[in-house]
Design a protein around this ligand. Structure first.
Ligand SMILES: Cc1ncc(COP(=O)(O)O)c(C=O)c1O
Length: 461
């Protein structure tokens, strides 16, 4: 009998073909050539299956996006139907089509009051590039073109295009870009465990928010266009700001007449138990970035929901907004988003997150706090973190060279759980349809993998 052409290990295996031809995002290609990629072949519900048939609980919902889980016929059918009807048309130069119009209308119905207008992109990165142009356009139309500087935060993630990467605050991304955009500035983040665990959280939150005020004063408020922040930093390590943080940021933005952009690419569409994270945290932004969960990741879509302040100026003062993408408002993608939103509503997904599964995840993660490697656990909605430390009392970290977080992540994968490592912070953001029993499975596997990580660390001493 001849072997399967893609059989693992051979020259024709998926791994071999992958490392020969596929340049991966966020991957060290030297390591990839040595170890090979993990090949995921199919998925169902909250589980993915690798090429060996191993079932793995997807604790990251793909990349924070597969909110309704895998294998949803309703989303597939919506795309198929729309592709038969109108597979593509654009919205440039005063044209439009029903799916984009319906979706924009639908988003207005679930967004905070005063958010009536949506711009569509193909991704969160493109949406944040759009934000940069939107705030410029707004201040130009307002007769204040010198307001062009944007303030962001260290360790923020706002995407991977050149502008979005500079807008973000990820050191390794900046290192590979060099100083390319000189109107974006970064202040320190509200990371209590990492930067201020010895301080009272409320005082720490206020102090971190006031860094914004100092930066605005340093640049001159007349030069500052906007502040951008994720309501809860996701890729940075599920950094949940103290309750005092956002109200103070909001106050400062108002005081100095600075637009506030909430990047809700992760927190939008239900992850915090509301349609948008700013509804949960009481933030009143001017622009909201979204992507990912809007289609549960079945097709790529992002965008900006534009608040009344900016929308009314663009409508009243007019002039072409010289910006757009071929796939802005792609009909099939919009049809999937509409089906996704309808299913979330019909199935009460967000209520279940708020009332059942978010509390279950919080309890489950809290039960890990007694583990000798754990310095802190935290969660909000269905996103959470476990801080791995050498000393839970002082919060001292392990030697970076040990790459303890990556070790733990690999143990998780091998034992049937996707959990992501951000340094030595382990993070989870499962599909919003995860059940309490699956949350137990996630937590039990995490404990087992923390044990394995502890054994491995001991073996290195
Ligand atoms: C908060 C945030 N903004 C923007 C992005 C970029 O989105 P995309 O990868 O769709 O460009 C991400 C992606 O993870 C994100 O988490």
């Amino acid at each position: 009998m001849t072997a399967e052409p893609n059989a693992p290990g051979g020259a024709g295996s998926w791994q071999a073909r992958d490392s020969r031809h596929y340049l991966h995002p966020f991957t060290d290609h030297h390591d990839l050539g040595q170890a090979g990629a993990r090949i995921i072949e199919r998925a169902e519900g909250c589980y993915v299956f690798d090429e060996h048939g191993q079932r793995i609980l997807d604790g990251m919902a793909g990349l924070w996006c597969v909110n309704l889980g895998y294998g949803r016929d309703d989303l597939v059918d919506a795309a198929t139907r729309q592709m038969h009807e109108l597979p593509y048309y654009n919205s440039f130069f005063q044209t439009a089509h029903p799916p984009a119009i319906e979706l924009a209308e639908r988003i207005a119905s679930i967004a905070p009051v005063g958010f009536e207008l949506t711009f569509f992109t193909g991704s969160g990165s493109e949406a944040n590039d759009t934000n940069i142009k939107l705030v410029r356009r707004y201040w130009d139309l307002e007769g204040k073109p010198e307001k062009r500087h944007i303030i962001s935060r260290k360790n923020a993630y706002h995407g991977s295009t050149v502008a979005a990467a500079v807008l973000g605050g990820m050191g390794p991304m900046h290192e590979q870009l060099g100083p390319m955009v000189n109107f974006i500035h970064h202040i320190e983040q509200p990371y209590h465990f990492g930067l201020g665990r010895e301080q009272d959280p409320a005082a720490f939150g206020l102090a971190q928010a006031r860094l914004l005020e100092s930066k605005i004063r340093q640049l001159g408020a007349e030069n500052v266009a906007a502040f951008i922040g994720e309501p809860v930093q996701g890729a940075g390590g599920v950094i949940i700001p103290p309750d005092s943080y956002w109200p103070e940021v909001q106050r400062i933005c108002r005081k100095y007449d600075i637009l506030l952009i909430a990047d809700e690419v992760i927190t939008g569409f239900g992850r915090l138990g509301e349609w948008f994270g700013c509804q949960r945290l009481g933030i009143q932004p001017d622009l909201i970035t979204f992507a990912k969960g809007v289609t549960s990741g079945y097709l790529p879509l992002g965008g900006v929901v534009v608040g009344e302040r900016v929308a009314s100026v663009m409508r009243v003062k007019g002039g072409e907004f010289a910006h757009g993408y071929t796939y802005s408002g792609h009909p099939a993608v919009c049809a999937v988003a509409l089906a996704n939103i309808a299913a979330m509503e019909r199935e009460g997904v967000i209520d279940r997150v708020r009332e059942e599964t978010a509390p279950a995840l919080a309890d489950g993660l809290a039960s890990l706090a007694d583990h000798p490697l754990v310095g802190e656990t935290r969660s909000i909605g269905l996103m959470g973190a476990i801080e791995i430390v050498a000393d839970p009392v002082t919060g001292e970290r392990f030697d970076e060279e040990l790459h303890v977080g990556s070790r733990c992540r690999n143990f998780c994968f091998d034992n049937g759980l996707v959990m992501r490592a951000v340094g030595d912070s382990m993070i989870v953001a499962p599909p919003l349809v995860i059940s309490p029993a699956q949350i137990d499975e996630l937590v039990n596997t995490a404990r087992r993998c923390l044990d394995l990580t502890g054994d491995w660390i001991a073996s290195q001493e």
